[in-house]
Design a protein around this ligand. Structure first.
Ligand SMILES: Cc1cc2nc3c(=O)[nH]c(=O)nc-3n(C[C@H](O)[C@H](O)[C@H](O)COP(=O)(O)O)c2cc1C
Length: 350
């Protein structure tokens, strides 16, 4: 943990979680955060979708919903940043409180419900001059009051196709009624056809990679269907996974009764299982991003060996602070070296 965060972390965690998050964003925007020494081990480099990743550890969607601190998080040591979810129109999300810490469990529960400043503001933020290089993904959501989900995703594609290195069709957040039904075989096929057509229209020359983010709460039949559709539609990647609506028996904090998606440590095992399932079902033909409960280099390494070409995290940042990406990268480089892997790609699914 960085020196400053040793002091600031307990203060932030004594505040209501959304207030603390807002302060963290303000601090990152101010440019006053300490700059950790970058971890530049060549073993950590990854190349995917014609993009260069200095390291495989990304910031998961939800932290920087409005593309306010993408560069600042790259400076904090992340190899890539996913902004969003962004909805076409601005919307406030669910009533507060809607974000709950479960510190004993290393977890949080959120039911934010896609609070978003909307595509226009987020696109304007992404057009600002960059100070830092590193791939930026844009995660697309739908408005709660929209009657046409497909139109919302194609609107997102139009708004961000020229601004993002990769786009994510997010049909897996548990806090927008009906959203996860879009993971069903027929609906998903139709949605991806429309999204791909919009993408080809918007960026015929150099389209960004197109990824789908899935839930951890899928039946075997769901997983089979999604894998088949992903292969059939030549998706560029799958992100495994979003938060879970399950509540493991061993959760300690009383906030476990709150509704919403659970993330962090209790999600590690189930999301890694879903990741491994998709690696098997897609026969390693589609790059996977592993996310759910990563808090250490060993966790990241486990996801990579289960089939992830890249990883992401969010919840552990809340408990461990901004030095975490660099620490995970240092630990991961050590593990790759220990086991004789020349780079991340060699360890994927090994
Ligand atoms: C507060 C919060 C907000 C989130 N918002 C989004 C979101 O808008 N879109 C999305 O695809 N995932 C969202 N997620 C899910 C994360 O991107 C990630 O998939 C999940 O939290 C598991 O990773 P973790 O255990 O490292 O947090 C959110 C997670 C949290 C904790």
């Amino acid at each position: 943990m960085s020196g400053l965060y040793c002091l600031l972390g307990p203060v932030l965690r004594s505040l209501d979680p959304e207030t603390a998050h807002g302060l963290a964003i303000t601090a990152l925007k101010s440019g006053l955060m300490p700059r950790p020494a970058p971890v530049t081990d060549p073993r950590l480099r990854q190349k995917l979708w014609n993009l260069d990743f200095a390291n495989p550890v990304g910031l998961a969607a939800g932290f920087d919903k409005n593309a306010e601190v993408t560069d600042a998080m790259l400076v904090q040591g992340f190899g890539f940043v996913e902004t969003g979810s962004v909805t076409p129109k601005p919307q406030p999300g669910n009533p507060k409180p809607r974000l709950f810490r479960l510190p004993e469990d290393g977890a949080v529960i959120n039911r934010l419900g896609f609070n978003s400043l909307g595509a226009k503001v987020v696109a304007d933020n992404l057009r600002k001059p960059r100070r830092q290089t590193g791939p930026i993904g844009v995660n697309l959501g739908r408005n709660k009051d929209s009657e046409d989900a497909v139109a919302d995703y194609t609107a997102g594609v139009k708004a961000f196709a020229g601004l993002a290195d990769y786009l994510v069709v997010n049909v897996s957040s548990p806090n927008t009624p009906g959203l996860r039904a879009l993971q069903g075989r027929d609906q998903l096929g139709r949605l991806l056809d429309a999204v791909k057509a919009a993408l080809a229209d918007a960026t015929p020359d150099r389209p960004p990679a197109l990824l789908l983010k899935v839930a951890p709460d899928l039946t075997e039949a769901d997983k089979n269907d999604i894998a088949e559709v992903a292969l059939e539609k030549s998706l560029d990647g799958l992100i495994c996974t979003n938060t879970t609506i399950e509540r493991p028996d061993n959760l300690a904090n009383s906030n476990k009764a709150e509704q919403g998606g659970l993330s962090g440590k209790p999600l590690f095992e189930p999301s890694t299982k879903v990741l491994a399932d998709f690696y098997r079902l897609t026969e390693g033909k589609i790059p996977l991003i592993g996310v759910g409960g990563i808090a250490s280099g060993a966790d990241a390494y486990t996801k990579i060996r289960a089939g992830a070409s890249l990883v992401q995290l969010y919840t552990a940042l809340i408990y461990k602070g901004p030095g975490l990406a660099c620490r995970i990268n240092r630990e991961l480089a050590g593990l790759l070296e220990r086991d004789g892997f020349a780079n991340v790609a060699d360890a994927v699914g090994a």
